[in-house]
Design a protein around this ligand. Structure first.
Ligand code: ATP
Ligand code: MG
Length: 602
């Protein structure tokens, strides 16, 4: 039997005003209702009510993750530099990690995530395929020196994460472990009544192959995702353009070079051509008729042929009515990074005539030693273009991709727009915002190879172990639930994670009301319910009701004048609905039944 939390002694101070620097509703309400308190930017103290909700969320996560056979461990947060050095992440994380030194000047860090430690632990203890598969996890505090901590618990610098790691002898095993984890995520978010969208993602600096992010759709989210009519979703970096059909160019005239003076921009080209080179099909020239060629610098790491990091200029051809999306383009060249080409870059390549750059001076059609030329995925084979001829004031007309020029590769180079066709062909894409609440990764062999995690397989051969990693932002999830479960008066928790299921309020000066409330509280406790009891004397009913609505417990029961006069308890849901007066004798059981229904989500 859990003892009721009494408002007269509970460690709680509710606030009537929003904290000045709180930028989203969850941050405002969690502070006002006394769940958390700010310790420093992006660093939060958990108060009793907050801790209670957090523990319940963790319990649901543990149940589901244990349920797929994973085993819980717990690593330190303070870790030595060496393992992170081996995977290059000591440097790759840049300013995002907290680094520190011990008294002997040895380097340490506060872990932003634990791939290295899990990999080394399994390496330490296991050596045979017979030991696998195994999935380990922890619920633990992580540290990231986020550039801009914001939105309360949503982007903290200290936060709580559930991170799980699967170890399997082959790729098939990795896929299975991934699917199991993914299934557990769906059950967890459903039980937490948190709307989620699994979004196909590029795996970014983690390396590896398949990856999905679970986003909670909401306007305050920092991540944009593209949603297809089929319900499938992608993050913008992972979005691929459906293949475009080849165009028959048999009737397209031969390409011609023509003077196009003072037309170094798309607008100037359209204007000049409409005035001087009318189209034969009767319509006007448009930006979409132009092939725009953009010079970009790729910054590669050292490799077999280069002892040092090196910089490569490339040219990318895109439709003239679109612009390059550097992040999407960069994702195609990962782990290399992209930057805009400079004045000096262009000077070093005389074939790149500013405003008149075309595909003929680069790519397979150019001389030995040419810059590589990439074409955007929207450009169809056989399409004819108005584009630069690599000479000042001269452009090509009817230059056909696949007839007159080729590319070294097709890339996703341009921004995606509302209405673009979805990758699965189910219709036009729309864009929404969300907060990443979890992510599942097929890591492949990246960490096992970097850290030498190998086992003997069935044939006695040494093979690297296939890994997956799976994170849930536990403290962020709590904030996202608050963000999606509140109204202007306060929080409104799902019954299964609320700090209590019933908030009993005693009102008035009449001692009998307090006695009736005491009795109700005792009966609710005996029925196994968790209760917050507002037993404060000399606090007005108005203040008590406001606090009850701010705290967000799902059922509110009031003992007051009606109880004294008529023997009834007033019961209502936190949202004000289903208000009823119940006779004192049956009240506790009726409330318990109501809670059971709410727990079932009815
Ligand atoms: P984001 O893109 O939001 O910075 P991430 O992709 O870097 O997140 P992961 O490394 O995938 O995060 O971490 C796993 C989970 O931890 C995320 O899905 C998210 O829910 C949570 N998380 C990450 N960073 C933070 C943070 N600063 N504060 C709270 N939770 C976080
Ligand atoms: Mg992530």
């Amino acid at each position: 039997m859990t003892k009721a939390l009494r408002m007269s002694t509970m460690f709680l101070r509710t606030l009537r005003e929003d904290p000045a620097d709180a930028d989203v509703d969850s941050a405002k309400l969690l502070q006002r209702a006394g769940y958390i308190r700010k310790a420093a930017p992006g660093i939060w103290t958990w108060l009793p009510l907050g801790l209670s909700v957090l523990n319940k969320i963790e319990a649901i996560i543990r149940e589901e993750i244990d349920g797929i056979g994973a085993q819980e461990v717990h690593f330190p947060a303070l870790l030595p530099r060496e393992p992170y050095e081996a995977t290059h992440r000591w440097e790759e994380y840049g300013d995002n990690i907290f680094r520190l030194k011990d008294r002997h000047e040895a380097d340490y860090l506060l872990a932003p995530t634990h791939e290295e430690m899990f990999t080394l632990l399994v390496k330490d203890m296991y050596s045979s395929y017979k030991d696998l598969p195994v999935t380990l996890y922890q619920i633990q505090t992580k540290y990231r020196d986020e550039f801009r901590p914001r939105a309360g618990l949503i982007r903290g610098r200290e936060f709580i994460m559930k991170d799980a790691y699967s170890f399997t002898v082959d790729e098939e095993g990795m896929r299975q472990a991934y699917m199991d984890e993914r299934g557990a995520y769906e059950r967890i978010f459903q039980r937490l009544d948190l709307k989620y969208v699994p979004v196909f993602a590029m795996s970014g600096p983690m390396g590896g192959s398949a990856s999905e992010e679970f986003l909670a759709p909401m306007a305050i989210g920092e991540d944009t995702f593209a949603l297809a009519p089929s319900g499938k979703a992608w993050n913008v970096e992972a979005l691929h353009t459906p293949a475009v059909e080849d165009i028959d160019f048999s009737a397209t005239p031969a390409a011609t070079k023509r003077a196009t003076p003072d037309a170094a921009t798309i607008e100037a080209m359209v204007e000049y051509a409409n005035a001087n080179e009318p189209r034969t099909d009767g319509r006007d020239w448009e930006a979409a008729d132009i092939l725009k060629n953009v010079v970009v610098a790729v910054k590669h790491a050292e490799d077999d042929e280069h002892d040092e990091p090196w910089r490569e200029l490339i040219v990318v051809g895109i439709p003239g009515d679109r612009t390059v999306d550097m992040k999407r383009l960069e994702a195609q060249f990962a782990p290399a990074e992209l930057e805009e080409a400079t004045e000096d870059d262009l000077k070093a390549h005389p074939e790149l005539v500013r405003g008149y750059i075309g595909p003929m001076g680069v790519g397979p059609q150019a001389d030995e030693g040419h810059l590589r030329y990439f074409i955007d995925a929207h450009v169809a084979k056989g399409s004819a273009w108005f584009t630069g001829a690599d000479e000042q004031d001269v452009d090509y007309y009817d230059l056909v991709y696949g007839r007159d020029f080729e590319a070294d590769g097709t890339v996703e180079a341009v921004e995606v727009r509302d209405g673009d066709m979805s990758p699965d062909g189910s219709g036009p894409l729309s864009f929404e915002r969300g907060v990443e609440i979890g992510q599942v990764f097929q890591l492949g062999l990246k960490y096992s190879e970097a850290l030498g995690l190998k086992v003997l397989d069935q044939n006695g051969k040494t093979v690297p172990v296939w890994m997956g990693c799976y994170g849930i932002g536990v403290s962020r999830v709590l904030a996202c639930i608050a963000e999606t479960h509140h109204d202007e008066r306060g929080l409104a928790w799902p019954a299964n994670i609320a700090p209590a299921q019933v908030h009993v309020v005693a009102t008035g000066k009449d001692e009998a009301a307090f006695e009736a409330a005491e009795r109700l509280v005792g009966e609710l406790e005996a029925l196994g319910l968790e209760v917050i009891y507002d037993d404060r004397k000399k606090v007005s009913p108005g203040v008590k009701f406001k606090d009850a609505e701010l705290l967000g417990v799902p059922v509110i029961a009031v003992a007051g004048r009606d109880t004294v006069n008529n023997g009834t308890i007033e019961v209502r849901d936190r949202n004000g609905e289903n208000k009823e007066a119940i006779g004192q004798d049956g009240a506790a059981q009726a409330i318990a039944d109501r809670v059971t229904r709410l727990m079932r989500g009815e």
